[in-house]
Write a protein that binds this ligand. Structure first.
Ligand SMILES: Nc1ncnc2c1ncn2[C@@H]1O[C@H](COP(=O)(O)OP(=O)(O)OP(=O)(O)O)[C@@H](O)[C@H]1O
Ligand code: SF4
Ligand SMILES: [Mg+2]
Length: 334
């Protein structure tokens, strides 16, 4: 089974202690916890693009940090090519993990050292991982990575500095720095949200092309359902530390099951005004993840709430093709 799946996340939890402050400490108040990720399960097939979509604070980046092995889960496990990521981090496969999974950050301005040339930036990971034997090999791999990232001809970029480049070009350098290690999985956390709207599609198209040519799997993290809609194969919608709906992108967009997904979709602009959904305006803010509501965590804001929702915590069926964590959906399906 795990051959098909590059990534499996099973019941992931990540809690952080809340700073108590002096009075809290003196009063001996019990330490409260932030439930940043509160029971996330999903699997990703090799060579596919999965979108992890949710509002700010829903736990997307925390999920990514756990997947990359940069923080340790409070509970649950992550398997990469069938291997436990925490075992990899602690054992001999640590460098393999750091090579095979690459992260693309939101801000291409911060990710690049302004004092290094583009050549130095893209060559550095090769040196860290001891992957090249001589200068010629290093140059060849850097040029290939730049060219695959759409910076052509690569010779025009090698001796330039990040400040000489546009935002889109800088993000391409970041992508080249990941590609040079020939990764299997890219975790891209809001990779285009800081870029000019006009070049967002360009960068996403580049990533999709890399998936097609290099069979790279991509976890695309965003708050933007519109870009996730055209870029991904599957979408997982997160709310307050959980995935509340997961399914093939076209199904989720055409036939959303969870009231939260319906509300999110109702405010996404569509080209054809006749297809416009009635806007669902959600009441209130996303609750504080220190105190997760009892029962269905979405119930204080849900337009379809019934009494039972206050006591039953509906679970997702992550193995189903399209599933939503809502008691009404379960009833409909019998
Ligand atoms: N190191 C930490 N210590 C304490 N709380 C944290 C920590 N990291 C994240 N959190 C909290 O966990 C919750 C989830 O945060 P996370 O950064 O994963 O959300 P996100 O979905 O990536 O949001 P955004 O869209 O704003 O990037 C938030 O309430 C956040 O404040
Ligand atoms: S379980 Fe109830 S509150 Fe939760 S999403 Fe479904 S209808 Fe809404
Ligand atoms: Mg984030």
């Amino acid at each position: 089974m795990s051959d098909d799946f590059i990534l499996q996340v099973n019941d992931l939890h990540k809690l952080y202690p809340v700073a108590r402050g002096l009075t809290g400490m003196l009063r001996g108040a019990e330490r409260e916890m932030v439930h940043a990720v509160d029971g996330v399960s999903f699997a990703m097939r090799r060579g596919k693009i999965l979108g992890l979509v949710g509002e700010s604070g829903s736990g997307k980046t925390t999920t990514a940090m756990n997947i990359l092995g940069l923080v340790e889960p409070s509970k649950g496990e992550i398997r990469f090519n069938g291997q436990d990521v925490q075992d990899m981090v602690r054992g001999r496969n640590r460098l393999a993990l750091r090579r095979q999974m690459q992260m693309i950050f939101q801000d291409p301005y911060e990710a690049l050292n302004p004092r290094q040339t583009i050549f130095q930036i893209v060559a550095e990971p090769l040196e860290v991982h001891g992957l090249v034997r001589n200068k010629a090999e290093k140059l060849e791999r850097v040029e290939t990575a730049l060219s695959d990232a759409g910076l052509k001809p690569p010779g025009n970029f090698l001796n330039r500095y990040p400040e000489d480049l546009s935002g889109g070009q800088r993000q391409r350098v970041v992508i080249a720095g990941a590609l040079v290690l020939q990764p299997q999985l890219l975790v891209a956390d809001e990779p285009v949200s800081m870029l000019d709207v006009s070049i967002r599609a360009e960068i996403l198209n580049l990533l999709r092309q890399l998936r097609d040519t290099h069979n790279i799997s991509i976890l695309y993290i965003t708050h933007d359902l519109a870009t996730a809609g055209f870029f991904t194969d599957r979408i997982a919608v997160m709310y307050l530390g959980r995935i509340v709906e997961i399914g093939p992108t076209t199904d989720v967009l055409k036939n959303p099951k969870h009231p939260y997904t319906k509300a999110l979709l109702s405010v996404v602009p569509v080209a054809n005004p006749r297809k416009r959904r009635q806007r669902v305006i959600l009441q209130g803010e996303i609750p504080n993840p220190i105190h997760i509501p009892q029962g269905c965590r979405f119930h204080p804001r849900c337009p379809a709430v019934i009494e039972t929702c206050k006591t039953i915590d509906p679970m997702l069926q992550p193995t189903q093709e399209h599933s939503a964590a809502c008691i009404l959906v379960k009833t409909q399906e019998g």
